[in-house]
Design a protein around this ligand. Structure first.
Ligand code: ADQ
Length: 489
């Protein structure tokens, strides 16, 4: 079909996420420089050709003045991005507070914060108020830009209140919501003081998606047990209205990694790394420095492995690349010093004048260096205590076609559902078991490595990020049509 102006008709997709996929730096009163970040969501949606995506979110900077806001809005428009402006106090209470200090730990089974009870109660209430206010601000921007037939896709735990706000504006809006983290067991979710309000607002969406079937099931049980609603195989029903709930496992753009491996840049880094670690097996961890990634557990398991396998001492190295995040939250600062202390102790204990067993970097690596590292790795270690999916495990597999290295993967990462048959699955809390798995991985015969790798490689190259986005959005369209038919009957 065609538009009136003769251009082919493409349905518009409004992608709403806390952060826009750009980093913005102010250069003057009315000038900004912008850089698009190549995060997973951006590449996923670039591949979805039948939709024209617009991004709505916070640009990650505080812009108190109108001149600055106008200039930034204009600059972002060229990148198809629409900003939501949040002031510092809201960011502190909504983002650092309710999102990252309450929902994030709870959804990863780390419980609710428990400082002084009274202080926590007070800050909880004001943080939840700020959370709702911020979600309403997102809704205002979406509503302002919404046109009939648009599809609205809300992302993640930052925006659980958004579906309800949007439907209050316009009940015919097609609204989907996807959670990138785990959804916890209903027994955990019910400890959250605002448990019901959040569930009800998510249920206002037409389609609710999770990475795994288990998370979807937890969500449905929370709705049945906490709200007393009816769970059906399709989702949750409330007075005849169905909210469809399903699993949509995310993937990566595997071709982007495989193409990168062919570039001279990556080949050069590969050669340097091979020379640097000649004669040693390379083990790799790549994580945001976050409690959920189980970094201390991983390093302690490696220590145990070294203790028990003297003959491996100068034949193996662990490279742990940990990008610092949320550095203004005290818990994250504590984690950084804890990790540094353990690494220091182990290197002191097992290092020699010429080599140390662990190289720990507190920083992010550029895409080409990261690909090179994935490619030279013999054993990748993913020890998340809980993780929605974990894309590092997918990226490692995509870069291993010549090496066929081994993936050690936590059973608490969503990826264990898809890469479980090829990986060695571990419980990261069981340090003895992880140490034994490291030995098993390092000693694994080539034939077995090849078989396991092939299994994972097939999965990673077939179930891509593009396919994920396409499936979600087309299912959202279908769901709305079905619901309309049902309501008419
Ligand atoms: P994250 O918790 O950020 O994502 P993950 O899925 O592993 O976890 O994605 C991390 C991304 O950051 C990867 O693309 C990785 O390459 C990159 N990255 C990590 N450390 C890096 C480093 N040191 N240098 C450079 N790049 C680095 C959340 C959820 C996950 C879920 C995703 C997507 O917590 O469970 O899989 O969203 O839904």
């Amino acid at each position: 079909s065609e538009r009136q102006d003769g251009r082919p008709f493409r349905q518009r997709l409004l992608v709403v996420a806390n952060r826009l996929p750009v980093s913005a730096v102010r250069r003057g009163e009315d000038s900004w420089s912008l850089e698009m970040s190549a995060g997973g969501l951006v590449t996923a949606l670039l591949g979805v050709k039948e939709f024209e995506a617009r991004w709505i979110g916070w640009a990650g900077v505080n812009v108190p003045d109108e001149i600055g806001q106008r200039a930034l809005t204009k600059a972002l428009a060229e990148k198809r991005c629409i900003p939501v402006f949040l002031d510092e106090d809201i960011v502190h209470q909504y983002y650092n507070g309710y999102c990252n200090n309450i929902l994030w730990p709870l959804f990863h089974y780390l419980g609710l914060p428990q400082e002084d009870r009274l202080a926590t109660t007070r800050s909880f209430q004001s943080q939840f108020a700020a959370y709702k206010k911020a979600n309403q601000m997102f809704a205002d921007v979406v509503n302002k830009h919404y046109e009939e037939d648009d599809v609205v896709w809300c992302h993640d735990y930052h925006l659980m209140f958004l579906p309800k706000c949007l439907k209050e504006y316009n009940r015919n809006m097609k609204v989907g919501w996807f959670l990138h983290t785990p959804f916890p067991s209903s027994e955990i979710h019910r400890t959250l003081p605002s448990r019901s309000e959040l569930l009800r607002s998510v249920l206002a969406a037409d389609l609710v998606g999770f990475h795994t079937y288990d998370y979807a099931r937890h969500f449905v049980s929370a709705c049945t047990r906490i709200l007393g609603l009816e769970g059906t195989p399709e989702g949750v029903e409330d007075q005849g209205r169905l909210t469809r709930v399903a699993a949509f496992p995310i993937g990566i753009d595997a071709d982007r990694f495989r193409r990168a491996l062919e570039t001279q840049d990556v080949q050069k880094h590969i050669k340097e790394l091979k020379d640097r670690f000649a004669g040693r097996k390379v083990m790799l961890g790549v994580d945001r420095l976050d409690m959920i990634k189980g970094i201390p557990q991983k390093i302690l398991a490696f220590e145990k492995f070294l203790e028990e396998n003297r003959d491996w001492h100068d034949k193996v190295v662990l490279l742990q690349i940990a990008v610092p995040t949320r550095t203004d939250v005290p818990e994250y600062q504590k984690l950084t010093s804890q990790v540094h202390e353990i690494v220091g102790r182990i290197n002191g204990r097992f290092g020699t004048l010429t080599a140390v067993p662990i190289h720990h970097l507190d920083r992010s690596l550029d895409f080409y260096k990261l690909c090179a590292l994935y490619a030279v790795t013999d054993v990748a270690l993913v020890t998340s205590l809980r993780d929605g999916m974990n894309l590092v495990s997918y990226e490692f597999v995509a870069c291993q076609d010549s090496k066929k290295g081994v993936l050690i993967l936590s059973e608490f990462a969503g990826a264990a559902q898809s890469l479980g048959a090829g990986a060695i699955l571990i419980n990261p809390w069981n340090i003895t078991e992880v140490a034994a798995s490291i030995a098993q991985a390092l000693n694994m015969p080539a034939e077995e490595r090849e078989k396991r790798h092939q299994h994972n490689f097939n999965h990673v190259t077939r179930h891509t990020a593009q396919e994920w986005a396409e499936t979600f959005v087309s299912e959202l369209n279908d769901t709305v049509v079905e619901t309309q038919l049902r309501t008419r009957q």
